[in-house]
Design a protein around this ligand. Structure first.
Ligand SMILES: [Zn+2]
Ligand SMILES: [Zn+2]
Length: 402
Protein backbone atom coordinates (compact mmCIF):
# COMPACT_ATOMS: atom_id res chain seq x y z
CA UNK A 1 0.00 0.00 0.00
CA UNK A 2 1.79 3.16 -1.14
CA UNK A 3 1.58 5.89 1.44
CA UNK A 4 1.76 9.51 0.48
CA UNK A 5 2.67 11.01 3.83
CA UNK A 6 4.90 14.00 3.09
CA UNK A 7 7.86 12.37 4.79
CA UNK A 8 10.44 14.70 3.34
CA UNK A 9 8.63 17.82 4.45
CA UNK A 10 7.95 16.44 7.91
CA UNK A 11 11.58 15.52 8.33
CA UNK A 12 12.91 18.86 7.09
CA UNK A 13 10.58 20.76 9.39
CA UNK A 14 11.40 18.57 12.40
CA UNK A 15 15.14 19.00 11.89
CA UNK A 16 14.75 22.75 11.37
CA UNK A 17 13.02 22.91 14.77
CA UNK A 18 16.08 21.52 16.60
CA UNK A 19 17.05 24.79 18.29
CA UNK A 20 13.48 25.68 19.22
CA UNK A 21 12.92 22.19 20.65
CA UNK A 22 16.04 22.59 22.80
CA UNK A 23 14.82 26.01 24.01
CA UNK A 24 11.42 24.59 24.98
CA UNK A 25 12.95 21.59 26.66
CA UNK A 26 15.44 23.65 28.67
CA UNK A 27 12.80 26.13 29.73
CA UNK A 28 10.66 23.23 31.01
CA UNK A 29 13.69 21.56 32.55
CA UNK A 30 14.54 24.68 34.57
CA UNK A 31 10.97 24.99 35.84
CA UNK A 32 9.85 21.47 36.72
CA UNK A 33 6.55 20.86 38.48
CA UNK A 34 5.37 17.84 40.42
CA UNK A 35 2.51 15.58 39.35
CA UNK A 36 -0.93 17.26 39.51
CA UNK A 37 0.82 20.62 40.18
CA UNK A 38 1.83 21.49 36.60
CA UNK A 39 0.21 24.94 36.65
CA UNK A 40 2.99 27.01 35.06
CA UNK A 41 3.68 24.31 32.51
CA UNK A 42 0.00 24.19 31.56
CA UNK A 43 -0.16 27.99 31.34
CA UNK A 44 2.91 28.03 29.07
CA UNK A 45 1.38 25.38 26.81
CA UNK A 46 -1.97 27.13 26.72
CA UNK A 47 -0.37 30.41 25.75
CA UNK A 48 1.81 28.81 23.08
CA UNK A 49 -1.07 26.87 21.50
CA UNK A 50 -3.35 29.92 21.54
CA UNK A 51 -0.59 31.94 19.93
CA UNK A 52 -0.72 29.44 17.07
CA UNK A 53 -4.46 29.87 16.70
CA UNK A 54 -5.50 26.64 18.43
CA UNK A 55 -8.17 26.40 21.11
CA UNK A 56 -6.88 24.45 24.09
CA UNK A 57 -9.43 22.49 26.12
CA UNK A 58 -8.86 22.48 29.89
CA UNK A 59 -11.11 20.19 31.88
CA UNK A 60 -8.65 19.06 34.54
CA UNK A 61 -6.82 21.37 36.98
CA UNK A 62 -3.59 20.83 35.03
CA UNK A 63 -2.95 19.45 31.56
CA UNK A 64 -4.90 20.20 28.40
CA UNK A 65 -5.59 19.11 24.87
CA UNK A 66 -6.15 20.84 21.54
CA UNK A 67 -7.50 19.72 18.19
CA UNK A 68 -5.76 20.46 14.94
CA UNK A 69 -8.20 20.18 12.03
CA UNK A 70 -6.56 19.25 8.77
CA UNK A 71 -7.72 20.69 5.49
CA UNK A 72 -6.85 17.63 3.45
CA UNK A 73 -9.89 15.44 3.92
CA UNK A 74 -12.21 14.14 6.61
CA UNK A 75 -10.12 11.28 7.94
CA UNK A 76 -10.35 9.92 11.46
CA UNK A 77 -9.01 11.49 14.66
CA UNK A 78 -5.63 10.45 16.00
CA UNK A 79 -4.48 11.53 19.46
CA UNK A 80 -0.82 12.11 20.25
CA UNK A 81 0.01 12.19 23.94
CA UNK A 82 2.88 13.65 25.97
CA UNK A 83 3.25 13.62 29.75
CA UNK A 84 4.36 16.90 31.34
CA UNK A 85 5.22 16.24 35.01
CA UNK A 86 8.51 16.08 36.95
CA UNK A 87 9.71 14.08 39.96
CA UNK A 88 10.51 14.79 43.63
CA UNK A 89 14.27 14.40 43.03
CA UNK A 90 16.99 16.95 43.68
CA UNK A 91 18.95 17.46 40.47
CA UNK A 92 22.67 16.66 40.68
CA UNK A 93 23.55 17.94 37.20
CA UNK A 94 25.62 21.09 37.00
CA UNK A 95 24.60 22.38 33.60
CA UNK A 96 23.30 25.88 33.19
CA UNK A 97 19.71 24.85 32.56
CA UNK A 98 19.46 22.57 35.61
CA UNK A 99 16.33 22.69 37.74
CA UNK A 100 15.71 25.99 39.50
CA UNK A 101 13.51 24.24 42.05
CA UNK A 102 15.10 22.40 44.95
CA UNK A 103 13.93 18.84 45.19
CA UNK A 104 12.01 18.84 41.90
CA UNK A 105 13.50 17.59 38.64
CA UNK A 106 12.58 16.44 35.17
CA UNK A 107 14.40 13.14 35.71
CA UNK A 108 12.34 10.99 33.35
CA UNK A 109 12.47 13.04 30.14
CA UNK A 110 8.91 14.39 30.23
CA UNK A 111 10.34 17.87 29.52
CA UNK A 112 11.52 16.38 26.22
CA UNK A 113 8.13 14.72 25.58
CA UNK A 114 6.39 18.07 26.06
CA UNK A 115 8.82 19.86 23.73
CA UNK A 116 8.40 17.09 21.14
CA UNK A 117 4.61 17.40 21.19
CA UNK A 118 4.87 21.16 20.71
CA UNK A 119 7.15 20.37 17.77
CA UNK A 120 4.60 17.92 16.35
CA UNK A 121 1.94 20.62 16.67
CA UNK A 122 4.10 23.21 14.88
CA UNK A 123 5.07 20.77 12.13
CA UNK A 124 1.50 19.65 11.43
CA UNK A 125 0.23 23.23 11.56
CA UNK A 126 2.67 24.11 8.80
CA UNK A 127 1.31 21.25 6.69
CA UNK A 128 -2.26 21.68 7.85
CA UNK A 129 -3.83 22.28 4.42
CA UNK A 130 -3.00 18.75 3.38
CA UNK A 131 -3.46 16.96 6.71
CA UNK A 132 -6.09 14.29 6.00
CA UNK A 133 -8.00 14.37 9.28
CA UNK A 134 -7.87 15.66 12.84
CA UNK A 135 -5.00 15.35 15.32
CA UNK A 136 -5.68 15.77 19.03
CA UNK A 137 -2.61 16.97 20.94
CA UNK A 138 -2.80 15.66 24.48
CA UNK A 139 -0.59 17.20 27.19
CA UNK A 140 -1.23 14.94 30.15
CA UNK A 141 -0.34 15.70 33.77
CA UNK A 142 0.87 13.36 36.50
CA UNK A 143 2.25 10.25 34.88
CA UNK A 144 4.62 9.75 37.80
CA UNK A 145 2.13 9.60 40.65
CA UNK A 146 -0.59 7.02 41.26
CA UNK A 147 -3.45 7.06 40.34
CA UNK A 148 -1.96 9.03 37.42
CA UNK A 149 -3.24 11.78 35.17
CA UNK A 150 -4.45 9.62 32.28
CA UNK A 151 -7.68 8.48 33.91
CA UNK A 152 -8.94 11.94 34.88
CA UNK A 153 -8.21 13.08 31.31
CA UNK A 154 -10.19 10.13 29.93
CA UNK A 155 -13.06 10.87 32.31
CA UNK A 156 -12.93 14.50 31.12
CA UNK A 157 -13.44 13.33 27.54
CA UNK A 158 -9.97 13.37 26.01
CA UNK A 159 -10.74 10.22 24.01
CA UNK A 160 -14.19 11.32 22.80
CA UNK A 161 -14.17 11.07 19.03
CA UNK A 162 -10.62 9.65 19.01
CA UNK A 163 -9.98 6.60 16.84
CA UNK A 164 -6.40 5.86 17.75
CA UNK A 165 -3.74 7.11 20.15
CA UNK A 166 0.05 7.15 19.97
CA UNK A 167 2.85 8.26 22.28
CA UNK A 168 6.51 7.76 23.04
CA UNK A 169 9.08 7.74 25.80
CA UNK A 170 12.60 9.07 25.38
CA UNK A 171 14.62 6.05 26.40
CA UNK A 172 17.94 5.97 28.23
CA UNK A 173 18.48 2.29 27.40
CA UNK A 174 18.65 2.99 23.64
CA UNK A 175 21.21 5.14 21.83
CA UNK A 176 20.05 8.25 20.01
CA UNK A 177 19.00 7.40 16.47
CA UNK A 178 17.30 4.15 17.46
CA UNK A 179 13.64 3.44 18.12
CA UNK A 180 12.11 0.36 19.70
CA UNK A 181 8.55 -0.81 19.22
CA UNK A 182 6.78 -4.16 19.17
CA UNK A 183 3.23 -5.46 19.41
CA UNK A 184 2.03 -6.86 22.72
CA UNK A 185 3.05 -5.99 26.27
CA UNK A 186 5.79 -3.37 26.49
CA UNK A 187 5.48 -2.20 30.08
CA UNK A 188 4.25 -4.00 33.16
CA UNK A 189 1.43 -4.05 35.65
CA UNK A 190 3.15 -2.24 38.53
CA UNK A 191 1.51 -3.08 41.85
CA UNK A 192 2.39 -2.49 45.51
CA UNK A 193 1.76 -4.65 48.56
CA UNK A 194 2.12 -4.44 52.30
CA UNK A 195 2.06 -7.39 54.68
CA UNK A 196 1.59 -6.92 58.40
CA UNK A 197 2.57 -9.93 60.50
CA UNK A 198 1.21 -9.88 64.03
CA UNK A 199 2.39 -12.15 66.86
CA UNK A 200 2.79 -11.76 70.60
CA UNK A 201 5.75 -9.92 72.08
CA UNK A 202 7.75 -11.17 75.02
CA UNK A 203 11.13 -11.63 76.68
CA UNK A 204 13.95 -12.66 74.39
CA UNK A 205 14.71 -15.54 76.76
CA UNK A 206 11.14 -16.90 76.82
CA UNK A 207 10.19 -17.61 73.19
CA UNK A 208 7.75 -20.32 74.30
CA UNK A 209 5.56 -17.65 75.87
CA UNK A 210 5.51 -15.44 72.78
CA UNK A 211 4.74 -15.61 69.05
CA UNK A 212 7.76 -14.18 67.22
CA UNK A 213 6.49 -11.93 64.41
CA UNK A 214 10.02 -11.23 63.15
CA UNK A 215 10.89 -14.92 62.73
CA UNK A 216 7.52 -15.58 61.07
CA UNK A 217 7.95 -12.61 58.72
CA UNK A 218 11.42 -13.87 57.76
CA UNK A 219 9.80 -17.16 56.73
CA UNK A 220 7.18 -15.21 54.77
CA UNK A 221 9.95 -13.41 52.82
CA UNK A 222 11.65 -16.72 52.03
CA UNK A 223 8.37 -18.39 51.04
CA UNK A 224 7.39 -15.51 48.76
CA UNK A 225 10.38 -16.43 46.56
CA UNK A 226 8.41 -19.56 45.67
CA UNK A 227 5.49 -17.60 44.24
CA UNK A 228 7.27 -16.75 40.99
CA UNK A 229 9.48 -19.87 40.79
CA UNK A 230 6.76 -22.45 41.64
CA UNK A 231 3.36 -20.88 40.97
CA UNK A 232 3.78 -18.89 37.75
CA UNK A 233 4.09 -20.37 34.26
CA UNK A 234 7.85 -20.26 33.54
CA UNK A 235 7.15 -18.89 30.05
CA UNK A 236 5.51 -15.79 31.54
CA UNK A 237 7.22 -12.96 33.34
CA UNK A 238 6.65 -11.91 36.93
CA UNK A 239 8.64 -10.24 39.68
CA UNK A 240 7.93 -10.23 43.40
CA UNK A 241 10.29 -7.99 45.37
CA UNK A 242 10.18 -7.31 49.08
CA UNK A 243 11.86 -3.95 49.52
CA UNK A 244 11.09 -3.16 53.15
CA UNK A 245 11.27 -5.33 56.28
CA UNK A 246 10.68 -3.58 59.59
CA UNK A 247 10.47 -5.31 62.95
CA UNK A 248 11.74 -5.22 66.50
CA UNK A 249 12.81 -2.58 68.97
CA UNK A 250 15.48 -4.14 71.22
CA UNK A 251 17.95 -7.02 71.07
CA UNK A 252 16.31 -8.91 73.95
CA UNK A 253 12.66 -8.34 73.05
CA UNK A 254 10.59 -10.61 70.84
CA UNK A 255 8.99 -8.48 68.14
CA UNK A 256 5.18 -8.44 68.35
CA UNK A 257 4.80 -7.15 64.80
CA UNK A 258 6.61 -7.01 61.47
CA UNK A 259 5.96 -4.99 58.34
CA UNK A 260 6.88 -6.03 54.80
CA UNK A 261 6.45 -3.82 51.74
CA UNK A 262 7.11 -4.78 48.18
CA UNK A 263 6.14 -4.65 44.55
CA UNK A 264 4.71 -7.09 42.02
CA UNK A 265 5.38 -6.68 38.27
CA UNK A 266 3.57 -8.75 35.67
CA UNK A 267 2.47 -8.42 32.04
CA UNK A 268 -0.71 -10.56 31.94
CA UNK A 269 -3.93 -10.03 33.86
CA UNK A 270 -4.21 -13.70 34.83
CA UNK A 271 -0.61 -13.89 36.08
CA UNK A 272 -1.27 -10.73 38.05
CA UNK A 273 -4.39 -12.22 39.66
CA UNK A 274 -2.57 -15.45 40.45
CA UNK A 275 0.38 -13.70 42.10
CA UNK A 276 -1.95 -11.46 44.04
CA UNK A 277 -3.89 -14.43 45.38
CA UNK A 278 -0.73 -16.46 46.12
CA UNK A 279 0.85 -13.58 47.98
CA UNK A 280 -1.85 -13.24 50.60
CA UNK A 281 -2.33 -17.03 50.88
CA UNK A 282 1.39 -17.73 51.42
CA UNK A 283 1.76 -14.83 53.86
CA UNK A 284 -1.32 -15.87 55.84
CA UNK A 285 -0.59 -19.59 55.96
CA UNK A 286 3.12 -19.24 56.74
CA UNK A 287 2.47 -16.73 59.52
CA UNK A 288 -0.22 -19.02 60.87
CA UNK A 289 2.18 -21.95 60.97
CA UNK A 290 4.28 -19.98 63.46
CA UNK A 291 1.38 -18.86 65.62
CA UNK A 292 1.07 -15.42 64.01
CA UNK A 293 -1.42 -13.71 61.73
CA UNK A 294 -0.68 -11.89 58.47
CA UNK A 295 -2.77 -9.27 56.78
CA UNK A 296 -2.01 -8.40 53.16
CA UNK A 297 -2.93 -5.09 51.58
CA UNK A 298 -2.56 -5.15 47.78
CA UNK A 299 -2.77 -2.01 45.67
CA UNK A 300 -2.99 -2.29 41.91
CA UNK A 301 -0.91 0.28 40.05
CA UNK A 302 -0.96 1.07 36.34
CA UNK A 303 -2.08 -1.78 34.11
CA UNK A 304 0.30 -3.34 31.58
CA UNK A 305 0.89 -1.31 28.44
CA UNK A 306 -0.09 -3.48 25.48
CA UNK A 307 0.65 -2.26 21.94
CA UNK A 308 -1.80 -2.96 19.14
CA UNK A 309 -0.25 -4.66 16.11
CA UNK A 310 -1.75 -2.48 13.38
CA UNK A 311 -0.55 0.77 14.93
CA UNK A 312 2.88 -0.77 15.56
CA UNK A 313 3.24 -1.55 11.84
CA UNK A 314 2.41 2.05 10.97
CA UNK A 315 4.87 3.32 13.58
CA UNK A 316 7.57 1.08 12.09
CA UNK A 317 6.92 2.40 8.59
CA UNK A 318 7.19 5.95 9.89
CA UNK A 319 10.45 5.22 11.76
CA UNK A 320 11.93 3.60 8.65
CA UNK A 321 10.91 6.56 6.49
CA UNK A 322 12.13 9.22 8.93
CA UNK A 323 15.15 7.68 10.65
CA UNK A 324 16.07 4.85 8.28
CA UNK A 325 15.40 1.12 8.42
CA UNK A 326 18.47 0.56 10.63
CA UNK A 327 16.98 2.69 13.39
CA UNK A 328 14.39 0.04 14.27
CA UNK A 329 15.17 -2.31 17.13
CA UNK A 330 13.17 -4.91 19.03
CA UNK A 331 12.59 -3.36 22.44
CA UNK A 332 13.08 -5.27 25.65
CA UNK A 333 9.79 -5.10 27.56
CA UNK A 334 10.33 -2.93 30.61
CA UNK A 335 9.03 -3.89 34.06
CA UNK A 336 8.23 -0.28 34.94
CA UNK A 337 4.68 1.09 34.79
CA UNK A 338 3.30 3.77 32.43
CA UNK A 339 -0.21 5.23 32.57
CA UNK A 340 -0.42 5.50 28.76
CA UNK A 341 -1.70 1.95 29.32
CA UNK A 342 -5.10 3.37 30.33
CA UNK A 343 -5.63 4.91 26.88
CA UNK A 344 -4.81 1.57 25.27
CA UNK A 345 -7.52 -0.11 27.33
CA UNK A 346 -9.99 2.27 25.63
CA UNK A 347 -8.62 2.71 22.10
CA UNK A 348 -6.18 0.90 19.79
CA UNK A 349 -2.78 2.49 19.64
CA UNK A 350 0.89 2.06 20.43
CA UNK A 351 3.81 3.45 22.40
CA UNK A 352 7.40 3.76 21.20
CA UNK A 353 10.75 3.87 23.00
CA UNK A 354 12.88 6.56 21.35
CA UNK A 355 16.63 6.30 21.95
CA UNK A 356 18.07 9.29 23.85
CA UNK A 357 21.26 7.79 25.27
CA UNK A 358 24.58 9.40 24.47
CA UNK A 359 27.44 9.21 26.99
CA UNK A 360 29.27 11.99 25.12
CA UNK A 361 26.70 14.50 26.36
CA UNK A 362 26.26 12.87 29.76
CA UNK A 363 23.03 11.11 28.80
CA UNK A 364 23.93 7.75 30.29
CA UNK A 365 22.08 7.60 33.60
CA UNK A 366 18.90 5.63 34.20
CA UNK A 367 15.51 7.31 34.40
CA UNK A 368 14.78 8.80 37.85
CA UNK A 369 18.51 9.23 38.61
CA UNK A 370 19.58 12.68 39.92
CA UNK A 371 22.08 12.86 37.02
CA UNK A 372 19.56 11.79 34.39
CA UNK A 373 19.48 13.78 31.20
CA UNK A 374 18.51 13.17 27.60
CA UNK A 375 20.44 13.65 24.38
CA UNK A 376 18.67 16.66 22.87
CA UNK A 377 19.58 15.41 19.41
CA UNK A 378 16.74 12.90 19.88
CA UNK A 379 14.07 15.62 20.04
CA UNK A 380 13.62 16.19 16.27
CA UNK A 381 13.42 12.43 15.74
CA UNK A 382 10.52 12.34 18.18
CA UNK A 383 8.75 15.09 16.25
CA UNK A 384 9.38 13.44 12.89
CA UNK A 385 8.26 9.97 13.93
CA UNK A 386 5.10 11.06 15.77
CA UNK A 387 4.04 13.45 12.99
CA UNK A 388 4.68 10.87 10.27
CA UNK A 389 2.89 8.13 12.21
CA UNK A 390 -0.15 10.34 12.89
CA UNK A 391 -0.27 11.33 9.22
CA UNK A 392 -0.21 7.73 8.05
CA UNK A 393 -2.95 6.76 10.50
CA UNK A 394 -5.16 9.56 9.17
CA UNK A 395 -4.48 8.68 5.59
CA UNK A 396 -5.09 4.95 5.72
CA UNK A 397 -7.40 4.21 8.64
CA UNK A 398 -6.86 0.71 9.98
CA UNK A 399 -9.56 -1.75 10.85
CA UNK A 400 -9.73 -2.39 14.55
CA UNK A 401 -8.29 -5.63 15.78
CA UNK A 402 -10.97 -8.07 16.80
ZN1 LIG B 1 9.36 8.12 35.17
ZN1 LIG C 1 8.39 8.67 32.27
Amino acid sequence: MPLAAPDREIRDRALALQKTLVDWRRRLHMNPELSFEERETTAFLEETLRGWGLEPVRRTPTGLWADLEGGGGSGPTVAVRADIDALPIHEANAFEFRSRRDGVMHACGHDGHTAILLGVTRTLLDLRDRLPGRVRLVFQPAEELLPGGARPMIEAGVLDGVDRIIGLHLWSLLPTGRAGIAPGPLMANADAFEIRVRGRGGHGAQPHLAADALAAAAQVVVSLQQVVSRMVDPMRAAVVTVGVFRAGSAFNVIAPEALLQGTVRTFDADVRARVREALSRVAGDVAHAFGCEAETDYREGYPALVNERGTVEVFRAAVAAQMGEAALVEPEPFMGGEDFAYYLLERPGAFLFLGARNPEVGAEYPHHHPNFTIDEAALPWGVAVLAATAWRLLEAPLAREG
